[in-house]
Design a protein around this ligand. Sequence first.
Ligand code: MN
Length: 353
Amino acid sequence: MARLSIGEFAQASGLTPKALRLYDELGLLPPADVDPRSGYRSYDRAQLGRAQLVASLRGLGMPLARIRIVCDLPPRSAAAEVASYWRQVEADTAARKELATFLVEQLSRKDTDMTRPPLELTLHSAARCDRGLVRETNDDAVHRGTHLFAVADGFGARPEDRAAGGVALQALAGQDAAVPPGNLLKALTCATAEAAESVRRRAGDGAGTTLTAMLWSGAQFALAHVGDSRAYLLRDGELTQLTHDHTYVRSLVDEGRLTEEEAATHPQRAKLVRALHGVEPTEPDLHLRTALPGDRYLLCTDGLHAVLTEQRLSGALRTTASPDEAVEHLAGLVHDAGAPDNLACVVLDTTAA
Ligand code: MN
């Protein structure tokens, strides 16, 4: 077979001769032959497939070290590796988008009001976590810290697997520290990665946990979410869900294949499409928000939101005074309804400092 010169090969593969020399040095794409006297590189036509794959992966922005791994894998494994890389990129981009939005918001505000100091808020919170009236164990967990608040709902076949929620929150609690607002997303990303790592070490196959966590700094908070626990905001009497359920039925509703009503009673309504798992790495959704004085936040597991309609939830949050009163009232309503699942919740109020 006729060999191609580096120039011809560059043209056929869409890579530059300079890139080809670099990939040769890295062992990523060595030429078929190098003339010992002239140092002249030549390539086989059969190497074009690999070269085009390298060019495409570079187009995705994949680092060279990772490209090398992908190129040496059989096609199916390579496909999984690309998919996993892309999930990571999307998660990173989402986190950066939140940061960009935050900076735009903050800088625009600076321009209009340079004299006002950054808003400080005081947080008032209460939490509750109980077994409910039917389950024999409590696999829900709650963390009510100084800056960090979270709920988790463990799942799995064995009790030690279902303890994944507690494992995640224990790891998370170690990161309950003051951080400047600009570092909130990064700090919470690190904290959830730590929690995910603890779950990976401890939970068996098919086991894992949901996680919905907020980390506060002044009037700003970062929110990390994976699974079907939820975060809500009650502002000016109106309840808004801040998180998106990572459930199978939610994706069917989003695709228009199921109505909200059908989803609420669907036999597979608890089936999760994303969670912190024993095996598969998952990136949580990340958000960055600015709170206002008078906001009320609720974090809760499905033991609460699947039992109470949004109307009752909103009514309970609107008509109770302190966070303590709110969590007790909510738990009471769930118990009155038979408390078929474990329940965990945090209610958090903000007031001007
Ligand atoms: Mn549950």
